[in-house]
Design a protein around this ligand. Structure first.
Ligand SMILES: O=C(O)CCCC[C@@H]1SC[C@@H]2NC(=O)N[C@@H]21
Length: 251
């Protein structure tokens, strides 16, 4: 378990039932001056990346960190790497199993190779600026969706409980996650993306292996070489290396 204290200046809202903690973050945003974690006991309309639904039963973790970032939009999005690193640290704190967790580009956390957590960044604001950022995090603490429900070829969903036997409440998980995120947020705002990139690469799944990246209708296969300083996936192909800013990755 984590014994790091709750981060100073960060609010916390616990809701029994909510449609989506990301949606709640945007409703709260106008009245919140500082960062705030919103935790939902269950979500009735949890949303995942690429407009997918996110199954959100009670006992799993559904939380959103609301931030008011100052950087341009492209830099703001790099916080998904801060969130992935914090998630990994929270998992290690509650299980003591560092080798079991890895990071899948762009922002999933894997446990024994299966997807145990996902991150959905959403923002509001006009033009170049981002007024509010919602870092939504879903963790399969006690239950994972039926593999039949996920797309063919996608990483199998797993739960923390089924893979490790460790049972953690959403509140206890947040107590580990919030300080870990605060530490990476401080590193990001003071030192930029470089330390996050280095740490992310140290835990990357399938680095140096052949992977497939699907962007819209096109799928490219190549060697997962690295990520660049904008967080893009660098894929080595016979014709040279290509930078892929956004894609769905398949192993
Ligand atoms: O598709 C993914 O991998 C990202 C899933 C993100 C789910 C979380 S649960 C908390 C927050 N609220 C939502 O509606 N979605 C995110």
């Amino acid at each position: 378990m984590s014994d790091a204290p709750w981060p100073e200046g960060v609010g916390r809202r616990l809701l029994n039932t909510v449609d989506s903690t990301n949606a709640e973050a945007f409703r709260l945003a106008p009245q919140m001056a500082g960062p705030c974690w919103i935790l939902g006991g269950e979500q009735t309309a949890g949303r995942g990346r690429r407009a997918r639904a996110w199954a959100s039963p009670r006992g799993n973790f559904h939380g959103t960190l609301l931030l008011h970032p100052k950087e341009p939009a492209a830099e703001v999005a790099l916080r998904s790497f801060a969130a992935a690193l914090a998630l990994r640290e929270a998992f290690v704190a509650v299980t003591g199993l560092p080798a079991a967790f890895s990071l899948k580009w762009p922002n999933d956390v894997l446990l024994n190779g299966g997807k145990v957590a996902g991150i959905l960044l959403e923002s509001s604001g006009a033009g170049q600026g981002v007024a509010h950022l919602a870092i939504g995090i879903g963790v399969n603490l006690i239950a994972a969706p039926d593999p039949a429900q996920v797309e063919a070829g996608a990483v199998r969903p797993v739960s923390l409980l089924s893979e490790t036997g460790v049972r953690v409440s959403p509140e206890a998980f947040l107590a580990a996650l919030a300080p870990a995120y605060a530490r990476w947020e401080a590193i990001f705002t003071s030192q930029g993306f470089a330390p996050l990139r280095a740490e992310w690469l140290a835990h990357a799944a399938r680095l140096g292996e052949v992977i497939r990246a699907r962007t819209g209708a096109e799928t490219r296969e190549g060697l997962f070489e690295t990520i660049d300083d904008s967080g893009a996936l660098i894929l080595r192909q016979p014709g040279g290396s290509v930078a892929i800013p956004a894609a769905e990755v398949f192993f």
